[in-house]
Write a protein that binds this ligand. Structure first.
Ligand SMILES: [Cu+2]
Length: 291
């Protein structure tokens, strides 16, 4: 079974966001998938998804790979008749649309939410509560963003560090012209952006305050890849012991190509806080340029 829908928001007369969404069952388990998303008539992603969620214990449990699928999703109060809830609200004076699913896996309770703001900001989030095992642990949350800014051609990824010189993209911005993987560096306010080289439109990816930094279990925070259809494995990406992403970093040209960005947030649960505390991870995606 699955659920799917089409969003034109806030209305057909003057839509800000248009996209399709889908929540599928095993083995295509990658949470709520956003497809063919456009903001103000310009394509942002061809696909955005959460194909891997790996739990690492600081103790004799796991590791686990948790699937987010239709089968372990449940209707929640706001939408009692569906497993995916699509709703609008206003926050800080701005309108937003969220697409959300609530899942249970063993003792874990998980909410996966995509929020699309009227000023173009996108907030993917994973919220987690519940203790499966009485040890501190991290939920490593992998989002895959198949950006197609305007179209699938001519995209480029840049990295910002406050110490870096201006190479023609503005102070602090450095372009990556081949496939690479990166870790967060909060002291230099490290962040990333995907830019369409023709239109100058792009999206700035800002790590969330609780997203943590990679460790040996999850060796990177961001992977920049050239799009290859064979590397979209739906929910089959990696396993409990490895994310399998490093195998995709093999020198592909990413300068003015169709690029894919994987981003990992590391959600930390301290056992002494008990199981009822909800924690969240996820980056903010902020539009850059003339949208
Ligand atoms: Cu947890």
């Amino acid at each position: 079974m699955s659920e799917a829908g089409h969003v034109v928001w806030p209305g057909a007369a003057n839509p800000l966001w248009v996209f399709d969404w889908r929540l599928a069952d095993a083995p295509d388990e990658e949470g709520i998938v956003i497809l063919a998303a456009a903001y103000r008539g310009h394509r942002v992603f061809s696909k955005a998804s959460l194909p891997s969620l790996r739990v690492q214990y600081h103790g004799p449990c796991g590791p686990f790979k948790d699937p987010l699928n239709y089968n372990n999703a449940h209707p929640a109060t706001r939408c009692p008749r569906s497993r995916v809830c699509v709703y609008s609200y206003t926050g800080a004076g701005r309108r937003a649309l969220s697409v959300e699913s609530y899942h249970t896996i063993g003792a874990y309770r998980l909410t996966h939410r995509w929020t699309f703001w009227e000023h173009g900001v996108v907030m993917p989030r994973l919220f987690s509560a519940g203790l499966q095992c009485h040890f501190d642990h991290r939920h490593h949350t992998y989002w895959r963003f198949d950006f197609d800014i305007d179209n699938s051609r001519r995209d480029l990824l840049l990295e910002y560090n406050n110490y870096a010189a201006d190479e023609g993209w503005g102070a602090g911005w450095h372009p990556f012209r081949t496939e690479t993987k990166r870790v967060r560096n909060p002291p230099s306010r490290r962040s990333w952006a995907v830019l369409d080289r023709d239109s100058g439109r792009g999206y700035h990816l800002l790590p969330g305050a609780n997203d943590g930094v990679a460790n040996a279990f999850s060796s990177s925070d961001l992977w920049l890849l050239r799009y290859r259809a064979s590397e979209d494995r739906y929910g089959r990406q990696g396993g409990a012991f490895a994310d399998g992403l490093d195998a995709y970093v093999n020198g592909g040209n990413t300068d003015g190509q169709d690029v894919v960005v994987w981003y990992c947030g590391h959600l930390f649960h301290r056992v002494h806080e008990g199981g009822d505390d909800w924690h969240s991870v996820g980056p903010d995606l902020v539009p850059l340029g003339p949208w």
